[in-house]
Design a protein around this ligand. Structure first.
Ligand SMILES: [Zn+2]
Length: 233
């Protein structure tokens, strides 16, 4: 159930609907994965979850996020914190007016300013924010994700191989692994991929990615989302 594919009378008939909103970014994901990787992961989660929930619809994804780390690479398009906050509040207001029970924001772009903006805007709007980097959620995900060396690495590339293999360049097989502790690099004040040691805009081990791992991770991500909605929405 994608909201944008429904007619207005169809939406009117929904009983106490919940809106799942996929959020991502347009930023470099190595030489092998698409700029919209984070958005595609969020869409994959929301569509799977909508199939397991009553009266849940998937909003058109918000493709742009606060992204500065990758700004030097071709194709990166970021928006400011103020713009992101304004979009979240406006969309939440519109859903409220139409009787949606709850907005659930599903984000897979983890630059700290993006996460902080979404957390506070969600709180302000009375929306739920699925916080995947919180320990209780992160500990259910793969080893690479938990280590924080996971930008366009095995974790994200596996998810792409599961849902959009045609968008992953076969060159991925020859990419050396690149272990970078992103949280530590950020804490040390490094604010772009190259300074973090990611001169090709990836870290982790993309060559180890498999569609099978991606499907398993999507199942876990969907479980986490469905549990949040059932408990709090
Ligand atoms: Zn990503």
């Amino acid at each position: 159930m994608r909201l944008a594919e429904l007619t207005s009378p169809q939406v009117e008939k929904l009983v106490d609907p919940i809106a799942l909103w996929p959020v991502g970014a347009v930023e470099p994901h190595g030489p092998h994965a698409p700029l919209g990787t984070d958005t595609l992961i969020s869409v994959g989660m929301c569509e799977r979850a909508a199939g397991r929930l009553d009266s849940a619809v998937v909003l058109p994804p918000l493709p742009f996020g606060v992204t500065r780390y990758g700004a030097a690479f071709a194709g990166a398009i970021g928006i400011s914190e103020a713009t992101l906050r304004a979009v979240v509040l406006d969309v939440a207001t519109a859903l409220d007016r139409h009787g949606f029970r709850r907005l659930v924001i599903v984000n897979n772009h983890f630059e700290p300013e993006q996460v902080a903006t979404l957390r506070s805007a969600a709180a302000e709007a009375g929306a739920l924010y699925l916080d995947l980097v919180r320990r209780r959620n992160a500990q259910r995900l793969t080893d690479e994700f938990r280590r924080g060396s996971c930008h366009a690495g095995r974790y994200e590339t596996s998810l792409m191989l599961a849902d959009a293999p045609q968008l992953v360049d076969p060159e991925v097989a020859s990419l050396p692994s690149n272990e970078v502790d992103m949280p530590a690099a950020m804490a040390a004040g490094r604010t772009d991929f190259v300074a973090m040691g990611m001169d090709r805009a990836y870290c982790g081990a993309p060559a180890e990615a498999t569609a099978e791992e991606g499907r398993a991770t999507f199942e876990t991500l969907t479980d986490i989302l469905v549990e949040l909605v059932k408990a709090q929405a």
